[in-house]
Design a protein around this ligand. Structure first.
Ligand code: ATP
Length: 481
């Protein structure tokens, strides 16, 4: 089906739709919002859970050698020293002396950090998408900043030339204190990535689940980063959910498995219904790899504000296991009882952001068309992602139609998330459901009284067909699985 997206500021329209339908909206709004944090309403949390469940099943059901874990958010403070995060998990930051705007130096030309990323990854003025008090400067066009020559920098907020302070490294970890007395001895951190818990626990998991190499450990959960610049709605926030899987492999087998996981992860985004043309691979240049990585690939999506990372597939080598062995004094090797060899497993990591996946799904599904002279907005969500699978309507509130419709609803809701609505004109009721991506509308009308049939309307094509009311469950089951 041809896409029907309007080009004028599609992000603002998507954000407005998300707010209007209670999908995603600014957190703490009655207090004016707080730096790029968002809440997910009833439909939003269902869409998010659907994606998370698909990821979980993809990992743990599809692969017999991958098991799940739920490790703590607050780990021993030494973890972050050993992992290199205390020293290296920072972004270069500059301040504009004129307007006091604060930016990531690596996204601005002329600061000596290359700059001008095309990822569109993150400037918000806090007054645009969702309101509130996000930091940064109100840009996000995915075009990079500054342009021009490498020795002239231009503030993207106020346009001043060469107004930046020296570049400083800013550590992105949120620190916190544990226990009732806030002193240095109990200072710790909120995890900036979920995978460290997997590295700490891998031996107990491997032994208790009796796993043989290669095997994987999957985990989803919140991660926290005190990003210098947040923005582009839920693309870059300070609190987000990661879906990470660490695959433990024999030395020498990494490159084959990187290729395997790259293919698997690409296909996952297709399974969410995302248009393949809006996806691409980006390989990290070897001289710009994160401190733990030997090789790194990102899957990027073409967001309305530019290309942005959805997920990384990384070769972490044995960096993490060796670092924790050295720091904790505990053995982090694997014994292969077939070959009688002992070694540090190599790690292939797939590290995805749930909120970004959801933003890509929503952006990809956003459509506008015209029906009977009126603009219609709808989300062409894949049925397995849609928060409501079918809406059941009586055409009018009389003639016994509501009773029949409600009985169909009561029966269906034992099996599917469905919605019953009798308020307002039938057109308005369809529109409300179109906007949250409900694939099927089922209407009970006067013909139902005569022959027991109802109309089923498909959201995208608006095609209608009549089926018997007793067959609606079967109809949905065939289409939704
Ligand atoms: P970026 O380059 O965009 O800062 P990253 O390379 O630091 O991302 P990773 O450390 O590889 O990201 O984290 C894995 C995934 O977690 C990312 O691909 C992304 O989907 C998600 N993620 C990372 N930071 C954020 C954030 N601030 N807000 C939302 N999701 C995030």
């Amino acid at each position: 089906m041809a896409k029907n997206k309007k080009s004028n500021d599609p992000m603002s329209k998507l954000v407005a739709l998300c707010k209007r339908r209670g999908i995603v909206f600014q957190s703490s709004e009655i207090y004016g919002g707080v730096g790029s944090t968002y809440d997910y309403g009833p439909y939003g949390v269902t869409i998010k859970n659907n994606i998370e469940r698909l990821w979980w099943d993809e990992m743990t059901l599809k692969h017999e050698n991958i098991v799940g874990l739920d490790s703590a958010v607050i780990l021993h403070p030494k973890v972050w020293d050993a992992s290199g995060h205390l020293k290296n998990f920072s972004d270069p930051m500059v301040d504009c002396k004129e307007c006091k705007g604060r930016f990531r130096a690596d996204q601005i030309n002329g600061t000596g950090y290359g700059g001008g990323s095309d990822s569109g990854a993150g400037y918000s003025d806090g007054t645009g998408y969702g309101g509130g008090s996000g930091s940064g400067a109100g840009y996000g066009d995915g075009t990079g900043y500054g342009g021009g020559s490498e020795d002239v920098n231009v503030c993207p907020k106020c346009g001043s030339k060469n107004s930046f302070t020296e570049v400083r490294e800013f550590n992105l970890m949120f620190d916190t204190t544990m226990g009732p007395v806030a002193d240095d001895t109990v200072k710790t951190f909120l995890r900036p990535e979920t995978c460290q818990g997997i590295f700490l626990d891998w031996k107990i998991v491997q032994e208790s689940a009796r796993l043989k190499i290669p095997f994987g450990i999957a985990q989803t959960g919140k991660a926290f980063r005190n990003e210098i610049t947040t923005g582009n709605f839920i693309f870059r926030t300070r609190e987000f959910t990661q879906m990470e899987m660490q695959y433990f492999v024999k030395p020498g087998e990494t490159s084959e498995l990187i290729n395997y996981w790259k293919e698997q992860r690409w296909n996952f985004y297709l399974s969410l219904g995302i248009n393949e043309e809006d996806l691409r691979w980006h390989e990290h240049p070897k001289d710009k790899l994160a401190h733990y990585a030997k090789e790194a690939w990102d899957i990027e999506y073409k967001f309305p504000f530019g290309w942005g990372e959805l997920e990384g597939v990384h070769d972490r080598g044995d960096f993490d296991l060796k670092a924790h062995q050295e720091s904790s004094g505990k053995d982090m090797t694997y014994f292969d009882d077939q070959t009688r060899e002992r070694f540090h497993p190599q790690i292939v990591e797939t590290s995805a952001g749930l909120n970004r996946a959801m933003l890509a799904v929503l952006a990809d599904a956003y459509r506008e068309d015209e029906q009977a002279g009126e603009q219609r907005i709808y989300l062409a969500l894949a049925p397995h992602i849609a928060p409501v699978k079918a809406a059941i309507f009586p055409l009018v509130k009389k003639g016994g139609l509501p009773d029949i419709a409600h009985a169909i609803y009561t029966d269906l809701r034992k099996h599917f998330p469905v919605f019953y609505d009798f308020q307002g004109s039938i057109g308005k009721r369809y529109r409300r459901m179109d906007e949250i991506g409900t694939p099927y509308g089922i209407t009970v009308d006067f013909q139902t009284l005569e022959d027991g049939t109802v109309t089923v309307r498909w959201r995208d094509t608006l095609q209608q067909e009549r089926i018997h009311k007793d067959k609606v469950g079967e109809f949905l089951r065939d289409r939704l699985g």
